[in-house]
Structures are given as C-alpha cells and as structure tokens.
Design a protein around this ligand. Structure first.
Ligand code: NAD
Ligand code: TYD
Length: 368
C-alpha cells in the first residue's frame, strides 16, 4: 500500500508526510511525494526522510498528465492526498494566472489521471481507493461579526483569485464523484500555522521581521478575524478523514480559535519578548535606527489588501461527531511551539529568504 501526496514539500504537505511516518496507526506505509518545488516547496523540509526507503520525492508538475499516469502505474497508490496548490492570497492578487493553472487545471489533470487509474483497478482495490482533496475555508467567503460559523453546506462565495481557484477545484472534485463515481473526500480547513510555514504568511512573517528589526505590516485596522489551527492538528484530521470519512462528503476542519490579526501579532511579539528579548539580541529598528525594547514597537499599519475578507470561522462539529476528531493543541500551546521552532531554525529561514523572496517582499510591500 502506498500514498501519493501532491505538494508534499510545501508547508502543510511536508508536515503531513513527516507526521505520517511518526503516527503509529499508519504503520510506515510508503509515500510518494509529487512536488514541482516552486518557491514554496522545499526538499529540505523532508530532509529527515533522506535515505528512508519508504519515501520517494519526485520533482514534477501536477499538470503533467504523462508524469502523473506514470507515477500511478509504477507505485499503484491506494490513495492520492492532494495538497499541491498556489496558496498565497496576496500573490493571487498580483498574478492570478499561476493559481488558475495549478489549482484548477492541475486538479483537473489529477482527477482525470485518478479516474483512468481507478477505473482499471480490481474490485477490492477499486473499493478501497480514495482521492482526498485538501481545501480551504476561504471558499465560503466572508462572515459578518455575528454570523454563524461556516458549516459544510454554507454557500460558496469566494472573493479572491486564490479562493475562487480553490472553489473551482472543489467543484471539480464534487463533479467527478457525482458523474464518474470517483471515491473522493474533501476537507476545508482554516488558517494553519506551525513549522515550515513560508515567511510570506502572517505568523512566520511577523516572527522573522521582528527578529530582523523590520516593520510588522498589519493590513488596514488589523481587526480581520481568522480561525487558527496548528498544522499537526490539520494533519491528524486528514488522516482521520482518509481512514473513516464517508465518500463524496465534505468535512470542515478548524481550531475553535477565532482571533483578530492584531491580537495574533501582539501575541507573537509578547512571546518573542519572553523567549528572545530584543535588548539582549541587540535588535535595531530598520526604519528608525533605534534599539528595539519591545517587538510590538515595530507594528505598522499599512494599506489594506483589496477585497480583504473580514472574518472566517469554522464549525467543525461534523468531523467531531462522525470521526471523533478534535484539535489537540490550544492556540497558546501551538503558537509557543511555533515561535520556538522559528527561533531554533534561523538557518532554514535564512535559506528560504532567497533572492526570489526579496523580490516578493518588494512587490507586495513597496506600495503599501
Ligand atoms: P504551500 O504554498 O506552502 O505549498 C504548496 C506546495 O505545492 C509547494 O510545495 C509547491 O512546490 C507545490 N506546488 C505548487 N504548484 C505545483 C504544481 N503545479 N505541481 C506540483 N506541485 C506544486 O501551501 P500550504 O500552505 O502547504 O497549503 C497546502 C494545501 O492546503 C493547499 O491546497 C491550500 O489551498 C490548502 N490549505 C492551506 C491552508 C493554510 O493555512 N496554509 C489552510 C487550508 C487549506
Ligand atoms: P495570510 O497568512 O496571508 O492568510 P490568508 O489571507 O489566507 O488568511 O494572512 C492572514 C491574515 O493576516 C489576513 O487577514 C491578512 C493579514 N496579513 C497582514 O495583516 N499583514 C501581512 O503582511 C500578511 C501577509 C497578512
């Protein structure tokens, strides 16, 4: 038995692959990771598996049908877990094309390859096969302050090119189940945080900027609300759905942790004040040239994101009721682990902040 994991060198995918081999219930089942290794994919995330015969990393594009066909024929997986995507809302605003290609065309290509492979399987293998599509709560759009959290039947109202591309991919997955009977599972999860999170996203960006004495750019008033889930909890939820989810069903995954962005940034600053005091590290503000006493001094409100969704909230009762899953981490335990991980992995951060990363920072923040 084998899993084919797309996007397994990215943030959540690499956590999933590492956790897969660490989780006793998965019994070391082999994994083939297919990843294009874009700016967001980093083989170093999977370095712990180097030389481990249970893991194979293939650099390739999910839009490459011939390659996907070849991998399915060679490895005969009993499931595909599909993480590969362009995932950053701000990048989707500056360049939506890559999102349509990977998220829509790439998912279509995978579905077609999976359908051809699955159709030809023997009855037992056919019945056991799963296509697990990993998606986001952003497909549901934006909530008002008093609105009920997103359930699995909430209407789709995507507002960014990213969420529109993910919504399109969710619809394709649904249609391949209803039309062709492909045994699919879809999970829609809230904002993840944790190790190996690329420092273009809110939490890792705030950690690395603070340690470098750079401004902490809060979009608009910082009162936009997100639900935050520790990445290890997302991985355990996917394992639970893969093992016991009902075919064709959607499961929302969330952390029961709604927080405004500004509160998140203050929490990160307070943890850094405790674990890596600015005065002891000699942190100097890159804008004023003054010594930083408290990291929160670096918070800077900047121009808001166009079409910025005001609030996301997940109602995760279905996955708890049907599969007994609940997050293991609270926000306090998860964010502390995350800040500690970044403090211990300055070399990883330095390596991912390549020339291409600097170009992105200039593109997104210069005009704000
Ligand atoms: P990420 O950007 O960190 O990683 C994406 C990975 O996909 C990278 O390794 C990249 O190299 C790979 N990839 C991109 N285009 C590819 C292509 N054409 N072919 C093969 N590989 C390709 O993203 P992430 O944050 O780990 O998100 C993983 C999945 O989870 C995405 O589908 C995303 O929509 C979903 N999701 C993310 C969050 C979150 O908070 N990050 C929340 C809910 C759902
Ligand atoms: P992000 O991590 O990009 O995730 P998403 O947009 O998918 O929710 O952003 C999380 C929130 O933080 C979102 O409301 C935008 C906000 N944000 C900032 O205020 N400043 C920043 O520099 C970034 C990257 C995000």
């Amino acid at each position: 038995m084998t899993l084919l994991v797309t996007g397994g060198a990215g943030f959540i995918g690499s956590n999933f692959v590492l956790d897969w081999f660490a989780a006793p219930a998965t019994q070391g089942e082999p994994v083939v990771t297919l990843d294009a290794l874009t700016y967001a994919g980093n083989p170093e995330n999977l370095a712990a598996l180097q030389g481990d015969a249970r893991h194979t990393l293939v650099q390739g594009d999910i839009c490459d049908r011939a390659l996907v066909d070849q991998l399915l024929a060679r490895h005969r997986p009993r499931a595909i877990v599909h993480f590969a995507a362009e995932s950053h809302v701000d990048r989707s605003i500056h360049g939506p094309g890559a999102f349509m290609r990977t998220n829509v065309e790439g998912t279509f290509t995978l579905l077609e390859a999976a359908r051809a492979y699955w159709s030809a399987l023997e009855a037992d293998a056919k019945a056991a096969f799963r296509f697990h599509h990993v998606s986001t709560d952003e497909v549901y759009g934006s909530l008002g302050p008093g609105d009920a959290a997103f359930t699995e039947t909430h209407p789709y109202e995507p507002n960014s090119p990213y969420s529109a591309s993910k919504a399109a991919s969710d619809h394709l997955v649904r249609a391949w189940h209803h039309t062709y009977g492909l045994p699919v599972l879809t999970t829609n999860c809230s904002n993840n945080y944790g190790p190996y999170h690329f420092p273009e996203k809110l939490i890792p960006l705030m950690i690395v900027n603070a340690l470098a004495g750079k401004p902490l750019p809060v979009y608009g008033d910082g009162q936009q609300v997100r639900d935050w889930l520790y990445v290890g909890d997302h991985c355990s939820a996917i394992r639970a759905v893969l093992a016991g989810g009902r075919l064709g069903e959607v499961y929302n995954i969330g952390g029961w942790n709604e927080k405004p962005n500004l509160e998140i940034v203050h929490t990160v600053c307070a943890l850094l004040d405790e674990l890596a005091p600015a005065a002891e590290r000699g942190v100097v503000s890159s804008t004023s040239g003054q010594a930083v006493q408290r990291y929160a001094e670096l918070i800077t409100h900047v121009k808001d994101r166009p079409g910025h969704d005001r609030r996301y909230a997940i109602d995760a009762r279905k996955i708890e009721r049907e599969l007994g899953w609940r997050p293991a981490e609270t926000f306090d335990t998860g964010i502390r682990k995350t800040v500690q991980w970044y403090l211990a992995h300055g070399d990883w951060v330095a390596r991912v902040q390549s020339g291409a990363y600097r170009d992105w920072v200039a593109t997104n923040y210069a005009q704000r």
